[in-house]
Design a protein around this ligand. Structure first.
Ligand code: FE
Ligand code: CA
Length: 495
């Protein structure tokens, strides 16, 4: 369709950038004059030509590059522009144009050159933004941090029916149409759910301020799904159709390259990013290839089923890719942004205790293969980054979690949630038990927020940022605790 025929602002969902490489970054937007309608208010077929420009400054005096890119109806009028030939480790500003309309301005940053000396990196770790459980206030604060990139590790949307009466947000301010009153199953359902989230100004600000490196967890498709197996064991063919719809909507709405575009129910989301010689990021997908949870999805006693070495959380191909990446790595830090808790968590102090069968605790052989591979490759500075559980944790990764004196192989930072779980509390009810039962757990906090991560040649530092609440907008941010782990001497210490 001709851009001139757009009579309403199509840039209602903001802009985004992501997957920074040396001299390259993906720029994203979506045209949706009416974001809460199926199709966004545009025709079901066709394409719109979108102008774009990228510049050194936010006034776009002399654009570094510019051009046009197609926003096809088949991609729900999203744009995924893979800009190349940019400078390395460089801040850029970008925007889009259609007809009389201009998008908000985004700011992004390319990755440093391969092997470059990088003095430091600052990253945000975020996850879990259930729209109906609270405002995205933490993202407004994240937008204002000085960061190289945001790592978002899953639950970007939730698939639940949104009951406008029960939600934490004051819907009287902004009533939701009935299209959000049922569970997401179809492509239209998933697309609408992304439009809902992306209409939030705080989420738009966080995307416009930093490039994001994203991976998903379960709720982008369905709670606790495992590969082809849905939570309630739907027929596999039916669930694969739902997964295909969910993956397609995910790709459309994330700043991802063509290489990640799904083929039916399959989408390669695990991928690697290098920040010069300082850090290698191996982004995992622990949902698409995993064996079904042992003993159900919840907390249960480990046994022969969970400990079966044939079970996998990553799938064989991704595991091989990860271990090969450890062997090839020359980085000071090996960082693994991923979904579910890596360290052992018992929920009683008894020797025999229940574990979360959905996390790495339910796949101990997978965890051992990753740790053994890291050790064989001489990976001394391992940092695992996690979402999913809606609380902050800082934990030492132990060679044997049952022996507190065994070597510490790395550290894990778990980055609470943006809004899932409502306001939360500093010390949840199980706080004394969890910290006593798991001596490698050095910190636990149940507020909403994110982790600010800084890396340099000497240490990794995590600042656990929290907001006082999300039921009302505008809560201030503060740092609940800060931890460091030294390069060459893994183990958490209070900063
Ligand atoms: Fe979540
Ligand atoms: Ca989850």
């Amino acid at each position: 369709m001709a851009p001139q025929t757009l009579t309403e602002n199509p840039f209602t969902l903001g802009v985004a950038s992501g997957d920074p490489l040396p001299g390259s970054v993906v720029l994203w937007t979506r045209l949706a004059p009416r974001p809460y309608q199926v199709g966004g208010g545009l025709p079901p077929t066709g394409s719109v030509s979108v102008g774009w420009e990228i510049a050194d400054d936010d006034r776009f005096g002399t654009p570094v590059q510019s051009g046009t890119v197609a926003a096809p109806a088949a991609d729900n009028y999203t744009v995924h522009l893979d800009v190349r030939g940019l400078e390395t480790a460089h801040v850029y500003y970008y925007r889009f144009h259609v007809g009389q309309w201009t998008s908000p301005v985004g700011r992004t940053r390319t990755a440093p050159a391969a092997g470059a000396a990088v003095s430091g990196l600052r990253l945000g770790l975020a996850s879990c933004q259930q729209y109906d459980e609270g405002y995205y206030t933490a993202l407004a604060h994240l937008a204002r941090e000085d960061l190289d990139a945001v790592l978002f590790v899953g639950d970007y949307i939730y698939e639940n029916a949104i009951n406008a009466q029960a939600g934490a947000r004051r819907y009287t301010d902004r009533p939701l149409p009935a299209v959000f009153n049922h569970w997401t199953v179809t492509l239209d359902d998933y697309r609408l759910r992304y439009a809902l989230g992306k209409s939030d100004p705080d989420l738009q600000a966080a995307h416009a301020s930093h490039p994001w490196i994203v991976t998903w967890d379960d709720h982008e498709v369905e709670n606790n799904y495992a590969g082809d197996i849905s939570q309630h064991n739907d027929p596999v063919a039916q669930f694969r159709k739902r997964r295909a719809a969910a993956y397609r909507a995910y790709w459309e709405n994330m700043p991802l390259r063509e290489a990640q575009r799904p083929k039916g129910p399959d989408m390669i989301l695990y991928r690697r990013f290098q920040y010069g010689g300082l850090a290698q990021f191996d982004v995992l997908d622990t949902r698409q290839y995993r064996s079904d949870q042992a003993y159900g999805n919840g907390w249960n006693y480990p046994g022969p089923e969970s400990e079966n070495p044939a079970r996998t959380l990553t799938g064989a191909a991704q595991e091989r890719w990860l271990l090969d990446g450890f062997h090839a790595s020359t980085a000071t830090w090996n960082v693994i942004p991923q979904q579910v808790v890596f360290c052992r968590r018992k929920n009683t102090t008894a020797a025999r205790s229940r574990l979360s069968m959905d996390a790495w605790d339910g796949y101990p052989a997978s965890r051992q293969r990753v740790l053994a591979g890291a050790q064989q490759a001489g990976i001394g500075n391992l940092v695992v980054l996690t979402g999913d559980v809606h609380v902050h944790y800082a934990m030492d990764i132990k060679k044997d979690f049952n022996k507190p004196a065994s070597p510490t192989l790395g550290v894990e930072f778990v980055g609470t949630s943006i809004s899932s779980g409502f306001d939360g509390v500093d010390k949840p009810a199980d706080w004394p038990t969890m910290t006593a039962a798991n001596p490698h757990m050095k910190f636990y906090n149940g507020r909403r927020g994110y982790v600010l991560l800084s890396l340099d040649a000497q240490r990794v530092r995590a600042d656990f940022r929290t907001v006082t609440g999300v039921r009302n907008p505008g809560a201030p941010i503060s740092t609940a605790a800060s931890f460091v782990s030294e390069a060459g001497n893994p183990g958490l210490k209070r900063a």
